[in-house]
Design a binder for this molecule. Structure first.
Ligand code: NAG
Length: 548
């Protein structure tokens, strides 16, 4: 009793002290939901224009149809649409076997029985890949005699189908219902990405696909695949198979074969998602060295090689021969117009220790400025990439070091310190930019950190309108040091959903309480669709997660 009491008192005192330490400001009250039905018809990310009316129709699983209203170019031959119709029918009504509804249900006057989908531009892009220039807009009208979804391209239609599915709710008797609604929608930013890191830990294909699926539910459109890094090289290269044979955690079980990569790209395409692979050099390359001898710089201890290796060796021709062949393969395997070349966090200490590098620095007149050597390397790499006709994205250091970049280069800003100044510099130099600095979702803490991601305004820096137009979006990053298939999905969702709305919805969509109530419902919707998205705060879902 005595001891128990003492522990409680001690706990209280400790709690108060810790409270003092961690709460120098008044803690913000946790957003709480409006009291409203557990759902629904609630939209995330919020469309640009929504008009909804207090008239509802019923949807019956036995009679409801998504109808192609397309002329020949899209239509029944468009597998993107056909695949999406099936997917969204199942999201709306649950998988077919679960339906308990009688087949004999008659269509009544208060039923909505059809959604007509109409791709309005002659080039539906059905056979192509989404691009940063794709038109993702759509118009949705839910009314009698049938609902109509119009979009210039299939990419917009996919977003419209997601929105339509979000409008459907269950009334108190469990019947699927939808209200009269008129929506016209388009994204605020063209580049809305998620970075997954498959090097620090291997992520199996199943979990990657589940996250692509969830990205589509949140209208994300870029999967930035940080596929290799120091720790492992899971990408199976046809040209250099020894890279994964030696550099993967395991050469058979912890790799992405050409068939795996193809599957990821096609699964993403069917959801309007681009796959931008990142092959980061010259730093972050320890795993490359295992399968490709003489690629990395030998480090020295005094006058002798120490047996360890540093960044890619920038002073030998074999490096550039290798990179030419390697990126030729990459540019044919990945259809996107862009490849991410990394270029971040190069550690100069090994280069400094190596006498051959020192000699080369002297010959080139670089003095002691190793960032000049880094630029020398990147410049030659960019010349190689130019021959593949790909555009490139690079981390901000490459720009900071003054490397000559193509005008269509995308500079990726990741350092949160001085982010606004960096954005001003990059855009003043005329480069397109995306931000990740405020959205490193691998950092976790107690409480509702989604609000921090939500409050970010990407255009909050000093610059002209022309400069602000160069900001094409951003990416939420989930670096993998502490993340594998066991915790990736709940750690990412719904926290990344906050970033999704910031990048899609209008600038003035900033009300945290409204966001909380819509995001809680959206999170329950993800759970209902089988995605283990974590809760925002105390709450319940009408249909709880059933496990895998
Ligand atoms: C839908 O319509 C019903 C009336 O049929 C109304 O009570 C409800 O608030 C409406 N919901 C939305 C989201 O507008």
């Amino acid at each position: 009793m005595q001891t128990g009491l003492r522990i409680i008192v001690l706990g209280l005192v400790l709690g108060l002290c810790l409270g003092q330490l961690y709460n120098d400001q008044d803690p913000e009250p946790e957003p709480e939901p409006e009291v409203r039905g557990p759902n629904q018809g609630s939209l995330w990310p919020l469309p640009q224009n929504v008009q909804s009316f207090d008239v509802s129709f019923k949807l019956s699983s036995s009679s409801f149809r998504i109808v192609d209203a397309n002329p020949s170019s899209a239509g029944p031959s468009c597998n993107i649409l056909q695949d999406a119709y099936r997917r969204y029918y199942e999201y709306i009504f649950g998988a077919a076997k679960k339906q308990r509804e009688s087949k004999a249900t008659l269509v009544g006057p208060l039923d909505l029985s059809e959604l007509h989908v109409w791709i309005t531009s002659p080039d539906s892009e059905c056979d192509g890949y989404p691009a940063v220039t794709s038109d993702e807009s759509y118009q949705l009208t839910v009314d009698q005699p049938y609902a109509v979804l119009m979009a210039p391209t299939v990419w917009g239609a996919l977003h419209g189908l997601e929105t339509f599915s979000q409008l459907v709710f269950e009334d108190e008797y469990g019947a699927k219902s939808i209200n009269i609604t008129k929506i016209s929608d388009f994204p605020r930013f063209a580049h809305r990405g998620i970075l997954l890191d498959t090097s620090r830990h291997f992520l199996n294909i199943k979990v990657i696909l589940a996250n692509l699926e969830t990205m589509a539910m949140n209208k994300f459109n870029v999967f930035h695949w940080h596929i290799v890094d120091d720790q492992s090289f899971p990408y199976v290269s046809r040209t250099f198979p020894q890279l994964s044979q030696q550099g993967a955690y395991h050469p058979y079980t912890h790799v992405y074969t050409p068939a795996d990569v193809k599957m990821v790209i096609e699964f993403a395409r069917l959801r309007g998602i681009r796959v931008v692979p990142e092959f980061d050099t010259p730093g972050h390359t320890q795993s490359w060295g295992k399968g490709q001898t003489n690629l990395l710089t030998p480090c020295y201890s005094g006058t002798k090689p120490s047996g360890t290796f540093g960044p890619v060796n920038p002073i030998v021709n074999t490096t550039y021969d290798f990179m030419s062949q390697f990126f030729k393969e990459i540019s044919s395997v990945f259809p996107d117009a862009y490849v991410h070349l990394g270029g971040d966090e190069v550690d100069f200490s090994c280069w400094k220790s190596n006498p051959d590098i020192q000699k080369f620095m002297e010959q080139q007149g670089f003095g002691k400025d190793f960032s000049k050597l880094e630029s020398f390397y990147i410049q030659r790499l960019l010349d190689i990439i130019n021959t593949t006709k790909k555009g490139y994205m690079i981390w901000q250091e490459v720009f900071d070091n003054g490397v000559k970049l193509k005008p269509d280069t995308v500079v990726h800003v990741w350092e949160s310190k001085g982010m606004d100044v960096e954005m001003a510099h990059v855009t003043a130099a005329g480069y397109t930019t995306i931000i990740s600095a405020p959205w490193y979702l691998n950092y976790i803490s107690y409480g509702q950190d989604w609000t921090n991601y939500y409050k970010v305004e990407p255009l909050n820096f000093n610059g002209t309108d022309a400069q602000k137009k160069l900001v094409i979006g951003g990416e939420a990053c989930m670096w993998g040091e502490h993340v594998d298939a066991t915790n990736l999905t709940p750690r990412l969702w719904p926290r990344a959903s906050a970033v999704a709305e910031r990048l899609w919805s209008a600038k003035d969509v900033t009300n945290i309480n409204d966001a909380y109530s819509r995001l809680s419902a959206h999170r329950c919707r993800m759970v209902e669709r089988g995605i283990p998205a974590e809760p925002l705060y105390t709450s319940y879902c009408p249909k709880e997660y059933k496990g895998i």
